[in-house]
Design a protein around this ligand. Sequence first.
Ligand code: FE2
Length: 512
Amino acid sequence: MDRRTFLHDLSRYALACAATPAPWRATRRPRLAGDPFVLGVASGDPTPDACVLWTRLAPSPFEPLGGMDGLPVVLGWEVAHDEGFSRVVDRGRVTCAPELGYSAHVDVRGLEPDRWYFYRFTLPEGGSPVGRLRTTPAPGARRPLDFAFVSCQHWEQGLFTAFDHLAAEEVSLVAHLGDYIYETAAYQDRVRAHHLFEVVTVEDYRSRYAQYKSDPALRAAHAACPWIVTWDDHEVDNNYAGLVGENEFESEEQMRLRRAAGYQAWWEHQPVRVPRARSWADLSITRSLDWGALARFWVLDTRQYRSDQACGDRTQPVPCGTWSDPSRGLLGEDQERWLTTGMRAAPSTWQVLAQQVMMAPFDRAPGEPVSVSMDQWSGYPVARDRLLAALAERPGRTVVITGDIHANFVNDLRSGFDRPDRPVVATEFVGTSISSGGDGGDAWDFVARVAPDNPHLHWQNNRRGYVRCHVTEDAWVSDYRTVPFVSRPGAPVETASSWRSELGRPGVERIG
Ligand SMILES: [Fe+2]
């Protein structure tokens, strides 16, 4: 295969770059315009004996190719027991190629389960910042887990102060549930400005990721522990569904190209393993992560495989249009089968669905008719109730963690929402945004008015922040950590409320 044919499928090229580099490449010293590690480092997708290390060389992040000269560069990496790297566990080299935005992805193997390590990348000119990673417990081990989940970090709408606080938490894992970037052009009312108009090409998306990674709080949170990352809509295009974009003038062919650009740039900037796809437009990110036998995270993609929204993307009185068509879905057949058959067989104590859009319905209009979001699970009622019926097979053992909506919600999940008398089978913790939506406030004004229409809703809050979770064999505790403002620096963090679900006892109780 010649180089051109090979590069035609860059996702396969990524695999080659992650392998041992060719010796000729090792001899070249890159000409660098400045510190190539300004985008920081990250680790992710840990297992009992492995973890992915990430960086991207970009001495001038907003120049084409991040200011690199267009030739491949070989980078060293090291993993050690100590922050000073006196007890190095493993080291190696990885190729950073211009075709992949000079990103580096190293899948370090042979680590010991359930322990912390330090890592860094090296060039003759100097090293990267040091990051910390933690492997997961050995298969079968039932060790407690402290983790946090986050979503929605609009650059223009607020500072990432919540990440400064998250970086200081004693958590072993961060789950990012999507809207890591926003593709949109500059807004009028902003705290800080996006660089470009709406991003479309892979170079545009790279530049947008670089801008977000320029935030020191985000870099600190990445360096503090491994992340497990999925995407929502804004990594490509607002409210897209499969190959249907936000704007009607964008054809499916254009959306395919745009998805390829957005997915490739996402991969280039996240600590995830090499792609499993024939092309970037079909990049599959659905995967699971085990925390020993305590918890299995099912990391879902509710964007790429979904049917188009019924009757527009917004809130609608239902029924309407194709809303209740049983052939419509949010996960696609393959992902849904993988999830439901997998959950049935999983030995884990807790099943954690790490996903994007709210699963419980939220009726926004008092009285009749019911009015719900077409973009959330409430827009796909048959598929939602089919999934809830699967969760009902093991009541009180599933927790759904959700982003997207820029607000905190604590919801009971019933075995279906088609009838009000269905039993509670699981809990949904919806986490607010890091910054999207700006300063926010307490509960939305109208939530009290629609409380009788939403008996499954326990709590709603509109501050920015993240959710910290402490998970054991007996119970799951979620602390809603919020900041009072994001429009100026220095916001403190507080726990706005705490919730507990006991294993095997469906339902949730406020404990703080
Ligand atoms: Fe968002």
